[in-house]
Design a protein around this ligand. Sequence first.
Ligand SMILES: Cc1cc2nc3c(=O)[nH]c(=O)nc-3n(C[C@H](O)[C@H](O)[C@H](O)COP(=O)(O)OP(=O)(O)OC[C@H]3O[C@@H](n4cnc5c(N)ncnc54)[C@H](O)[C@@H]3O)c2cc1C
Length: 346
Amino acid sequence: MKIDYLIVGQGLAGSLLAWRLIQHGQTIRMIDDGRQNASQVAAGLINPVTGMRLVKAPDTDRQLRLARCFYRHLEGFFDQTFFFEKPMLRLLSDEKEQQRAHKRCQSPEYQRFLSTILPHYPGLHSPFGLLQQQQTAYLTTKPLLACLRQWFKKHGILINDRFNPADLTLSTPLTWRGLTVERLIFCQGHENLENPWFDYLPLKPVKGEILTAFSPLPLIDRLLNYGHWFIPLDKHMFKSGASFDRDTRDTQPTARVRQQLLAHLERVYPTAAAHAEIHQHQAGIRPTTADRKPFIGPHPVHKNIYIFNGFGAKGSLQIPYYSQCFIRHLLHNHPLPTDCDIRRYA
Ligand SMILES: Cc1cc2nc3c(=O)[nH]c(=O)nc-3n(C[C@H](O)[C@H](O)[C@H](O)COP(=O)(O)OP(=O)(O)OC[C@H]3O[C@@H](n4cnc5c(N)ncnc54)[C@H](O)[C@@H]3O)c2cc1C
């Protein structure tokens, strides 16, 4: 039997890419070992204006538009909501950040994203005020991936197993376990470090821990960004996170980080933290890259083997956009955006 694409990994990257390829009439098989991945742990936060310098990357408008459109399409298909748009309050940390926020609010380029600075907000401790952000959202990745997984299974697309490089014969076309495969695409997240064809790329995995908790007191209906972040899932449940640890590569949650996350939340939002009952404490590994840009494109020698990876801490915003760019490259030979093209490491 002959297929167009074999995709390794059913995280957000592999799943959204497979979905787009199927919509373009391509025949697909996916292989995933079913372990908990970064995509299932992720908070799915989408925040177009980020960092100490409050910067919006040049492609953000387009990325946001495509993300909204793609997630709304999937919501329609599965008759379930995954993409929740909610304003965010960024708690300003000092006078310098306050001045920067004032400047940004006056810039026409940022006006769709930043509205105003509030001196205070009920229930929050923020001596330097709060910046009101718009166009912020979160994606509930776990139910979205569960729906996609079920659909892929039902249509005989998903193979629940581990991909072993020894099963592949390098030829044109490729052969794998009796299948003739036109193209192979690796979407392995941080496990790319063990990939014999793409391990030369500078992936810098970052472990993150995240809490899901219940608050007996009603929560404010805003996303919060205070170095860490806070997401109210409903009136009483919330998520808070996430830590950044560049030195550890296990997925074990730790008591130390749990304490740190709760202590930080308590400083800014005491009523939510003080009575919080922790329901879940998870850890995952972000597939972050040295230059913070994704890894997309064909292998320099084996042109029918590709990578689609490196979405770091921004998978929810970036994967819909870059999957579209990648599809245009695969199906119509359009050049890839230079920022993500792995030829930068040739
Ligand atoms: C704590 C935490 C919080 C985060 N918060 C956010 C956030 O708020 N917003 C945001 O946009 N992003 C966030 N992220 C980042 C987000 O998770 C990633 O950008 C995105 O999910 C990466 O998806 P992926 O498909 O590339 O990787 P993964 O989700 O890791 O998927 C890779 C898949 O490949 C499979 N695989 C690998 N090797 C093999 C093999 N040999 N055989 C079979 N299967 C294999 C794995 O089992 C896995 O299922 C967060 C991440 C973490 C850990």
